[in-house]
Design a protein around this ligand. Structure first.
Ligand code: AMP
Ligand code: MN
Ligand code: MN
Length: 321
């Protein structure tokens, strides 16, 4: 669908509207969900945000964040479900969502929407920015501080503070537009990056101890074992951003973060510096994402050793093809 068609669809939505996003929500998921919630509250009488996982504490500065419901099940019936920053129902965490119609707004290259309606723009750096473009078509005057702050936050997190190559001139124009709504950029940065718990730094210490290399230093990888969580008292959501350390090393083309989220079950994050498409690599393991940032889950018999072997082989052939 085009942005204009989506804008029209949203304007005409009636009844009970559900807003949701992916599990382990990041800034783009939370920002777009709250941005749309604060925007639609002015137009519609019945709007609700439900996410599968809890919102990490450092997003507590976002207006109306306390209205987000965390629940492992959606019991209610909705007329509409707006699904943000994700296309596949399985990645919302919910077994099912009871809604007459659904609309996906997403920017993943690997998106495979199962909704009745969808707009997927892989060239957009964030779902928040795509949402902002659609909101402007509905009514620029409805974009106030409470809408602008979460949208700006998601734009910051998905673009690496406007540093990744996905950032466009229009992204910065959009950021400027949002700053004009009264946002102090340091409020966002301080909340996101300068409120670490000591437990996070202790966990980082342990994870950095595992730093290792493959393919002559072209792959750098770090590992989080379940026992690190027990030893530090940190939550697994506190690992957000750890992958920037292996990625930051000179000569590294692909950074990998192996996270044991349950005994023998691994969540794998991949970051590229441009030579390989990690979304493509992740797709081979049943996951997805973007060219420069992607991931997948693995619970194979052979455990971490087998996973490393298989993954590094695929990265090697992508690097040297
Ligand atoms: P992460 O490494 O968890 O920050 O994820 C990086 C990117 O990859 C995000 O855009 C995710 O949406 C995407 N991604 C991560 N895991 C999966 C998965 N299992 N399936 C599809 N996409 C994923
Ligand atoms: Mn996301
Ligand atoms: Mn995103």
């Amino acid at each position: 669908m085009t942005r204009r068609e989506v804008a029209q669809l949203i304007e005409n939505m009636g009844g009970r509207i559900l807003i949701t996003s992916h599990k382990n929500p990041d800034g783009d998921a939370i920002g777009s969900a709250l941005g749309w919630f604060n925007f639609l509250r002015k137009l519609k009488s019945n709007v609700k945000v439900i996410l599968y996982d809890e919102v990490p504490y450092f997003y507590d500065f976002l207006p109306n964040v306390e209205k987000i419901v965390s629940s492992k099940k959606i019991e209610e019936q909705f007329d509409w479900a707006i699904i943000l920053d994700v296309s596949e129902l399985s990645r919302t965490g919910f077994e099912s969502i009871s809604a007459r119609n659904s609309l996906v707004i997403d920017h993943h290259a690997t998106a495979n929407p199962q909704s009745t309606f969808a707009i997927v723009e892989p060239s957009m750096p964030s779902t928040c920015e795509l949402s902002l473009e659609i909101m402007k078509l509905i009514g620029e005057e409805l974009i106030d501080y409470d809408v602008a702050l979460p949208i700006y936050t998601g734009m910051v997190t998905d673009t690496g503070s406007f540093g990744y190559s996905s950032t466009t001139p229009q992204t910065l124009r959009n950021a400027a537009f949002l700053l004009e709504k009264g946002i102090n950029p340091y409020t966002v940065i301080k909340n996101l990056f300068e409120r670490n718990r000591v437990t996070r730094i202790k966990l980082l210490q342990k994870v950095l101890e595992t730093l290792d290399f493959a393919l002559d230093g072209k792959i750098a990888y770090i590992t989080l074992y379940q026992r690190f969580i027990e030893e530090t008292g940190a939550g697994i959501e506190e690992t957000e951003g750890f992958i920037k350390y292996p990625r930051s090393i000179d000569g590294v083309e692909v950074a990998v973060f192996f996270k044991e989220y349950e005994a023998g079950k691994w969540k794998v994050s991949l970051r590229s510096k441009g030579k390989v498409d990690v979304a493509d690599i992740s797709r081979k393991f049943g996951g997805g994402g973007h060219v420069m940032a992607a991931g997948f889950e693995y619970a194979g018999e052979g455990g971490l050793e087998r996973l490393k072997e298989e993954l590094f082989k695929v990265i090697e052939s992508a690097l040297f093809q």
